[in-house]
Ligand binder design. Structure first.
Ligand SMILES: C[S@@+](CC[C@H](N)C(=O)[O-])C[C@H]1O[C@@H](n2cnc3c(N)ncnc32)[C@H](O)[C@@H]1O
Length: 267
């Protein structure tokens, strides 16, 4: 990552108070580097030299407040992001014959605009008859949009032709997912740093989230997650993420794809 000018402590304080009051977002758990990158880059792209001028602007501009809320905290995602990771997960699951006998429960969180849980549902369709994907994010407005979303050609460009044929239908000049895929997904609004309302998870994808968090918040999230996971379940982090994990609780399954196996809680 390129080095980025950091926000000063007073700017951080100003930003925190502003976002809490106006956008309902508490940035206390986010790394300062991430916040500086997001907000200073946005401020500069709009022609502001410093954060205070940008905050003065955003106070008056409702559209920019919506943009900050939706876009600055919802970085982009895509279908089969790092496809090699999905292929690795598929290989691991295919080799475990015990899994076919029961309902396979998965969690994709945070799921952002839905591309990750939908990719997971497509992949699992070729492996299991009985499975469910719980898709969680704290942003309720994006969760509400996912099921009725019309997908452009550009959005579905990471999908292979056979995936489009099997799982999507054409709606005018766009696409949407077939009911049999959407029915496998259960959407849930939740803050991962509070309680996570799920149990008996066999596989969790928690990708490109820890990277934004301070270490204490990362630890809190892992601790919450452990309460939802089955012994022997898999956890997948983002490709560039590394967090502190207790070796007595976690085995590395594939370090390149950041896949870990949960051995049970020692807490
Ligand atoms: C980069 S996206 C991750 C999308 C997907 N996992 C991927 O890798 O493509 C980050 C998401 O984290 C969500 N988020 C941020 N803080 C959260 C929290 N405390 N609890 C739940 N979701 C959160 C945001 O709303 C956003 O949708």
């Amino acid at each position: 990552m390129n080095s980025v000018k950091l926000l000063s402590q007073s700017e951080l304080k100003e930003l925190r108070e502003f976002l809490k009051k106006n956008c309902g977002i508490d940035i206390l758990d986010y790394r300062e580097n991430f916040l500086s990158r997001r907000f200073l880059v946005r401020a500069n792209s709009l022609g502001f030299d410093d954060l205070s001028s940008y905050l003065n602007f955003i106070k008056k501009d409702e559209k920019e407040r919506e943009f900050a809320k939706k876009r600055l905290f919802i970085p982009t995602t895509e279908f089969f992001r790092n496809r090699d990771v999905f292929e690795k997960i598929k290989e691991i699951l295919s080799n475990d014959k015990t899994l076919k006998k029961k309902r396979f429960v998965t969690l994709s969180s945070p799921c952002s605009s839905g591309e990750e849980p939908l990719s997971l549902a497509m992949m699992l369709s070729s492996l299991f008859d009985d499975f469910i994907v719980i898709a969680m994010d704290r942003n309720l407005s994006i969760l509400k949009e996912i099921k009725n979303k019309k997908l452009s050609q550009k959005l579905i460009s990471p999908l292979y032709k056979n995936e489009i044929k099997s799982y999507l239908k054409e709606v005018g000049n766009a696409f949407s997912f077939k009911e049999e895929v959407l029915n496998k997904i259960l959407f849930s609004c939740c803050d991962l740093l509070q309680t996570i309302p799920a149990k008996g998870i066999d596989l969790v994808l928690i990708r490109n989230f820890f990277i934004y968090l301070k270490e204490e918040a990362q630890m809190k999230c892992v601790s919450n997650l452990k309460k939802c996971l089955k012994k022997g379940s898999l956890m997948v982090l983002g490709k560039v993420e590394r967090i502190k994990l207790n070796k007595d609780e976690w085995d590395v399954v594939d370090i390149n794809s950041r896949i870990y196996r949960f051995k049970g809680s020692k807490e």
